[in-house]
Design a protein around this ligand. Sequence first.
Ligand SMILES: CC(C)(COP(=O)(O)OP(=O)(O)OC[C@H]1O[C@@H](n2cnc3c(N)ncnc32)[C@H](O)[C@@H]1OP(=O)(O)O)[C@@H](O)C(=O)NCCC(=O)NCCS
Length: 180
Amino acid sequence: MMDVTIAQPGELNRDVLDCAETLVRSAFGHSFRTHDWLHGVDGVHVLVTENGQLLAHASVVARSLCHDGEVFTAGYVGGVAVRNDQQGRGLGRVVMDHAEAIIQAQHQLGALNAVDTAAPFYAARGWLPWRGHTQADTPDGVVDTYDPDDQIFVLPAGVSVDRLSDSTPLICDWRVGDLW
Ligand SMILES: CC(C)(COP(=O)(O)OP(=O)(O)OC[C@H]1O[C@@H](n2cnc3c(N)ncnc32)[C@H](O)[C@@H]1OP(=O)(O)O)[C@@H](O)C(=O)NCCC(=O)NCCS
């Protein structure tokens, strides 16, 4: 029987977090970057289990995104992964349905940085590729964050898509490691 657990930040014990990290690292393979797991640890976790086995995971981290002088509360999605031997049976859809419901309920905007192979997965769910410039508000001021490998997507929640013109940069808050 399949269960979906939504765990608020700090609710998961070490064993469950370790299990989720192992799943995510294994699903991402070599594209997993140093801080990718740590970035998601303090978020709301979506866990899909079946018969006590963890099969899929995502986390939604509260961040601030600034655009055209306005600051939006954003649900930044990371650690989206389905166990390798379980992909293609709808579990990615299940974790993202829940991650997006969290964004709709608690944030004005969703955002994520997709790996190449998963970009069509998010696009098919209505996530919009961000085609404008990106910047980050760092301790040293606002810096450009252009990276040819980034595939940033946004999902308007409380905010209308018309307010997200890509002629103005999207600015994320600072964090350790990759900023997007
Ligand atoms: C990407 C991933 C989360 C998708 O999960 P999944 O369980 O395999 O996907 P599902 O079976 O739920 O598929 C849901 C739909 O998305 C489509 N889809 C799944 N993966 C896709 C992909 N990589 N590209 C395009 N479409 C994809 C499916 O065909 C299906 O379409 P349908 O609704 O028209 O039938 C999973 O393949 C995975 O963990 N990949 C490795 C880690 C990764 O890349 N994570 C995302 C990082 S940004």
